[in-house]
Design a protein. Structure first.
Length: 116
């Protein structure tokens, strides 16, 4: 299986971006999906948002709650992360992750830079 992210870039504080992550080679609709991020200088990735396989439940880290929205389109095998009111602290490489039991896939990451 493979995950391919897109949609990152440079945006001013207060701006918006929408990240996409397309899945290939596995049954996307069976997997919970997550977005993680790794900020500059940090060794670990932070879990940002989660959506269950059917899309019935979403969860967010406190720092993005109310600003970011995770969604998915199982017909298009794609998960999205809508990011609004972006702050410089949101600057990071964003990774999507598919997980079901012991099966797991990661994307290559997309850079998001929030700066004036």
């Amino acid at each position: 299986g493979q995950l391919v992210e897109s949609g990152g870039g440079l945006v001013q504080p207060g701006g918006s971006l929408r990240l996409s992550c397309a899945a290939f080679g596995f049954t996307f609709s069976n997997f919970d999906m997550r977005w993680h991020r790794q900020a500059p200088g940090r060794k670990e990735r932070e879990l940002v948002a989660t959506i269950t396989s059917a899309g019935g439940r979403t969860d967010y880290v406190d720092s993005v709650n109310g600003r970011f929205t995770i969604s998915r389109d199982n017909a298009k095998k794609t998960v999205y992360l809508q990011m609004n009111s972006l702050k410089p602290d949101d600057t990071a490489v964003y990774y999507c992750n598919a997980r079901r039991g012991m099966s797991e896939y990661w994307g290559q990451g997309t850079q998001v830079t929030v700066s004036s």
